[in-house]
Design a protein around this ligand. Structure first.
Ligand code: AHG
Ligand code: MN
Ligand code: MN
Length: 339
């Protein structure tokens, strides 16, 4: 694999440390734990077809969804590694009803939110899956942590990122100083800088949405999906449709190539499907840092104040001009459009 100067993730973080607002070394220690857990989960994902870790675990998570064995494994591995970093007071996970308070770390500064295995319906069919993480700072770390410490707006994230277990394994993250991507070189087991300073195109050519739910979408989104499929040379339409059902894979492709990912609210799911703290906020922070946008349809994702650890939010995320167009059509007055 060609390397762009062989800069490892660890070296990159050390080099950037003087630019961080956070205390020296804290983020390095958290990232070392994330990196270790990512390598362990990557190993398990790679051998999933060989050993008995595919399929359902036989339990359900807090959202009433079947947990896959790899969901459970990834959850345990990330929590165990992050608990040992010595920097994290509390971990909230899509897979746990309640926050995990780390013993002996009651006065530490950081909170981690994780979706340990995103795209789990794709595990059994060997398509890309991933881990999403997000880091917040506690406002008052003199007190023991509580669940309400975790109810922060996404704009207060200190860092966010994801690991995609795809045709290669990558870690992509931001600390608010742009977005950088690192590819795992299997032979030396190091994440090496492969995608420095990622910028997402302002105008993309891909739309990603579960069109099977179209009949339940708001009228404005039905119109936007139709708009994506219309022919128009000036705007490069029709756009290509790409949707695999792993946010991480759909997002990653669109981030690099330009596009929009949508998970609208429907009558059945008035807040959409994706979870604000584990999915929407980290991706929104990353996309904004790469020059894109993330909206609920009525406002910026990162401005939404969570009231529940597991709350969901509708999301329109990706290339800036595409999100603008989509939100404009969503909010257009239906009576004017129908006239
Ligand atoms: P998870 O595997 O963490 O539960 O997340 C699945 C999410 C997300 O990754 C994906 O974009 C979305 O569910 C797909 O939903 P549909 O199958 O309804 O399209
Ligand atoms: Mn997910
Ligand atoms: Mn998940």
């Amino acid at each position: 694999m060609p390397h762009t100067g062989l800069i490892t993730l660890e070296q990159f973080i050390v080099d950037q440390q003087s630019l961080y607002k956070e205390s020296r070394g804290s983020l390095s220690r958290i990232f070392r734990s994330l990196e270790l857990a990512a390598k362990v989960v990557n190993r398990d994902v790679r051998k999933a077809g060989l050993v008995d870790i595919l399929g359902n675990h036989g339990s359900t998570n807090t959202h009433g969804e079947d947990q896959k064995k790899l969901d459970v494994i990834a959850n345990e591995v990330f929590i165990a590694a992050l608990s040992k970093s010595g920097e994290v007071a509390v971990i909230i996970s899509e897979e746990n009803d309640d926050p995990v308070f780390i013993e002996g770390c009651e006065n530490e500064k950081y909170i981690i939110a994780i979706d340990p295995l995103d795209g789990s319906s794709n595990i059994d069919v060997n398509a890309s899956i991933g881990t999403i993480f997000s880091i917040y700072r506690r406002s008052n770390f003199a007190q023991p942590p509580t669940a309400s410490d975790c109810m922060q707006k996404g704009k207060h994230q200190v860092a966010a990122g994801y690991i995609i277990y795809g045709s290669s394994t990558m870690l992509v993250y931001t600390t608010g100083l742009g977005v950088n991507g690192f590819t795992l070189d299997d032979s030396i087991q190091e994440f090496c800088l492969s995608h420095p300073s990622i910028q997402t195109p302002k105008d993309g050519k891909i739309f990603s949405v579960n069109e099977g739910n179209l009949q339940d979408f708001p009228d404005g989104i039905k119109r936007y999906v139709q708009y994506c499929k219309e022919k128009d040379k000036a705007t490069n339409r029709p756009y290509g449709a790409r949707y695999i059902g792993s946010l991480i894979a759909d997002f990653h492709r669109n981030l690099l190539k330009g596009g929009i990912f949508m998970y609208p609210a429907t009558e059945k799911m008035p807040n959409g499907k994706l979870r604000l703290l584990y999915e929407c906020n980290p991706m929104a922070f990353i996309v904004e840092q790469a020059g894109g946008q993330a909206s609920t349809g009525t406002g910026r994702i990162l401005d939404l104040l969570p009231t529940n650890l597991h709350q969901r939010a509708p999301i329109y995320i990706g290339s800036s001009n595409m999100v603008d167009q989509c939100v404009q059509m969503l909010t257009e007055d239906d009576s004017l459009v129908n006239n």
